[in-house]
Design a protein around this ligand. Structure first.
Ligand code: BES
Ligand code: MN
Ligand code: ZN
Length: 532
């Protein structure tokens, strides 16, 4: 029998209505109430030292396989001494010996975790150790971690970092898995008891770390989320949710942006049925009237390249082209949740770069909010167009003390630096040094790249004030030069995170495709330089 329902070809529907304005996009089919990715988070409690009576136990072993007195006095000692005797475990950092169902005991499992040379343990090492513990216990279990090392005091912050590593490692993006089990969803989560010298102090330190980690998880979610579920408007709504933490959030819609003259950003957006969205987040934790620190993020929810279309293979990764915006939203979350004593604004430019009858063409000339004209020679160099207007708006509106933009801006930065450092470009040596220091401390490392008039010349255009590409060589640098043309006399830094925000090799504390890169870096940058 014939099916009499009328179906509209969505492409037709789109084209026919362009002259009378935009139609609203088709609502995502999957429900938006899906549970958060960290729904099966472990619980972590802190108590004083006592003899663990059941479940699993983790003890820390320093070089020479020495175990702290707290652990040695309890049951695991005998079992571990025997296990050490028949293994080649050398207690190197994040290596382990695992004893399952030790005979005769009440415990299920005993793990000795190597910490290397105790004196050399820095913050990131504690995170790594926590991550390693986290990787060992993914299902429901009672796990006691005896936070004690021979001949070394462990501070409250260090113990908290250990717990933080467990949480960072526990992240997984499985909300779209409908089946449980291997490679599927796992709703059961382990319960950790951290035995420490001063539980109250550790608890307090952990509360602050936990908020940063929530920001990291949020950023990871925003990058992992597929583009059909997270368009520009939905991304803006995610930013809007920060209001519950006391962040003031303003949304600029397409009309507002047109009024402001954001022709560069709007040119990118015009190929998508989903209109652009700019979110302006303000956290006022500092002195009244004091100029803010500003973060600006590229939020291209999907980057097909536009008419300068990308190859099909690997294009799905461009759902992660929101890495900069995700880091900004995640950092704002972290700062607000721990009530940072600083004024900070976060601005994200959210657009979708699509192929369409109304999409921007190579050769188009657009006028940016700054008044400068841009010849768009490659529609795939869209991030800089979005940032040009977002950065200009940021300076006009807030006159920030410093401005840092983050963007998955160029493939060229991945060629230059690989996936372990983000590219750092800056017009201010002091600011660059602050970011490098924050990067060292958090292990979200940045490497300074050059700027200069010779590179700036590469983007001069015959037909407009500038063009949006600079040729084959030094592509990450000419992209940064482009951005610099939209910087007034503000101390500014640009972080090209194309290689570090997603797809980077996993680490002890970063198990997912999306890394959340930038959240811990920015949080630390504010903490170390702008809080009283
Ligand atoms: N979003 C891409 C950059 C990118 C590439 C991010 C790979 C993450 C992984 C950006 O919009 C882009 O397409 N850049 C072009 C610029 C070129 C056309 C000048 C690039 O890098 O090829
Ligand atoms: Mn692109
Ligand atoms: Zn892009």
């Amino acid at each position: 029998m014939a099916d009499w329902r009328i179906t509209l070809d969505p492409t037709l529907r789109r084209r026919n209505f362009h002259h009378i304005g935009r139609i609203s996009p088709i609502a995502p089919v999957a429900s938006r109430e899906r549970t958060a990715s960290m729904s099966s988070l472990p619980t972590i409690a802190f108590t004083k030292f006592a003899e663990p009576k059941r479940g699993s136990v983790v003890v820390l072993a320093g070089d020479g396989r020495s175990i702290g007195d707290r652990a040695a006095s309890s049951d695991p000692q005998q079992v571990l001494t025997r296990a050490f005797g028949i293994s080649d475990f050398n207690a190197g950092l994040a290596t382990l010996v695992d004893v399952l169902a030790p005979a005769g005991g009440k415990l299920d499992r005993i793990v000795a975790l190597g910490v290397g040379k105790p004196a050399e343990l820095d913050e990131y090492a504690w995170f790594r150790l926590g991550g390693t513990i986290g990787s060992q216990f993914r299902k429901a279990a009672d796990v006691t971690v005896i936070v004690d090392v021979r001949d070394r005091d462990i501070s409250a912050e260090e113990a908290a970092s250990l717990a933080g590593g467990i949480l960072l490692r526990a992240y997984s993006f499985d909300k779209y898995k409908t089946k449980k089990g291997t490679d599927g969803k796992d709703d059961s989560a382990p319960r950790f008891t951290m035995m420490v010298a001063k539980p109250a102090a550790v608890k307090k330190a952990f509360a602050s770390i936990e908020t940063t980690i929530a920001g990291v998880a949020l950023a990871r979610d925003l990058v992992n989320e597929p583009a059909n579920m997270l368009g520009p408007r939905e991304f803006g709504e995610k930013a809007k949710e920060l209001e519950k933490l006391g962040v003031e959030v303003r949304i600029l819609d397409e009309k507002a942006m047109r009024k402001l003259g954001m022709g560069a950003l709007l040119g990118v957006a015009q190929g998508s049925v989903r209109p652009p969205c700019m979110a302006v987040m303000q956290w006022r934790g500092g002195r009244k009237g004091e100029a803010p620190v500003a973060f600006v993020g590229k939020g291209v929810v999907f980057d097909t390249g536009g008419n300068s279309i990308k190859p099909a293979s690997g294009m799905e990764d461009m759902r992660g082209d929101v890495g900069g915006a995700a880091a900004v939203v995640g950092a704002m979350h972290a700062l607000a949740a721990r009530k940072a004593r600083a004024n900070v604004v976060g601005i994200i430019g959210c657009v979708e770069n699509m192929v369409d009858g109304n999409a921007q063409r190579p050769g188009d000339i657009v006028t940016s909010m700054s008044g400068q004209t841009i010849e768009v020679l490659n529609t795939d160099a869209e991030g800089r167009l979005v940032l040009a207007d977002a950065m200009w708006y940021c300076q006009q509106e807030f006159k920030p003390k410093v401005m840092i933009d983050l963007a998955t801006l160029t493939g060229a930065i991945i060629v230059a630096l690989g996936q372990h450092y983000a590219g750092l470009f800056s017009n201010d040596d002091g600011l660059a040094d602050q970011l490098i220091a924050a990067g060292r401390a958090t292990r979200e490392r940045v490497w300074r790249m050059p700027l200069g008039p010779e590179y700036d010349k590469l983007i001069d255009s015959k037909n407009a004030d500038m063009k949006n590409i600079g040729g084959r060589y030094g592509g990450a640098i000419s992209a940064a030069q482009f951005l610099q043309r939209f910087v007034k006399d503000t101390p500014w830094a640009h972080l090209d995170i194309a290689g570090t925000a997603m797809g980077a090799p996993s680490t002890e504390i970063s198990p997912s495709w999306a890394t959340g890169f930038g959240v811990r870096l920015l949080d630390r940058f504010v903490r170390d330089n702008f809080e009283a």
